[in-house]
Design a protein around this ligand. Sequence first.
Ligand SMILES: N[C@@H](CCC(=O)N[C@@H](CS)C(=O)NCC(=O)O)C(=O)O
Length: 201
Amino acid sequence: MKQLPAIVDGRFKLFESHAILVYLASSFPGVADHWYPADVFKRSKIHSVLDWHHSNLRRGPTTIVRNTVLAPVLGRPLNPEAAAEGEKFLSASLSKIESVWLKGNGRFLLGGNQPSIADLSLVCDIMQLELLGETERNRLLGPYKEVQQWIENTRNATNPHFDEVHEILMKAKEKLQNPRLKGANNEGGESDMKRTLHSRI
Ligand SMILES: N[C@@H](CCC(=O)N[C@@H](CS)C(=O)NCC(=O)O)C(=O)O
């Protein structure tokens, strides 16, 4: 497929982020039940969120960052129309997350008090918006206070791992927001930014 993420576990190879999350939560002993509950009703609800994600939220942050800040790094032209389309998906999805998936008193999706693999998938997708810088990120996320609190809840529930996995994103953000570092090239002509993005791949 030539896409990320993908994993290799012994002779077993797997791609598609949600399939990978299910595999990791199911095949390693000691993973707490709340990540991917054994209860078929709870489990099915998690799949409902994950499937919804791919035709909704997934088309938001990814489309915005690819057509704005990441376009020059990927050698593509800026595409404001595509970014605006992505913004529509983002706003509609964040509204739905607040009115449907975060409904109730729980701190996580589906009213849970502990996170599941669905929280990981959706929050990590939204985290891409860090690449846009504070002003733009605040403009997009500002109206969605419950979403902001949920991101913080997920971060707190999973740290120090959350900050560790996002370290590379924060480094890329720093470079994108710093004009001096942004254009820095090595001798081979590959941008410093591109190397940062690829350094964990
Ligand atoms: N449905 C896939 C989407 C994977 C995907 O789009 N990956 C992007 C990075 S976020 C990629 O590898 N793009 C490179 C390409 O398509 O050539 C999943 O959830 O894993």
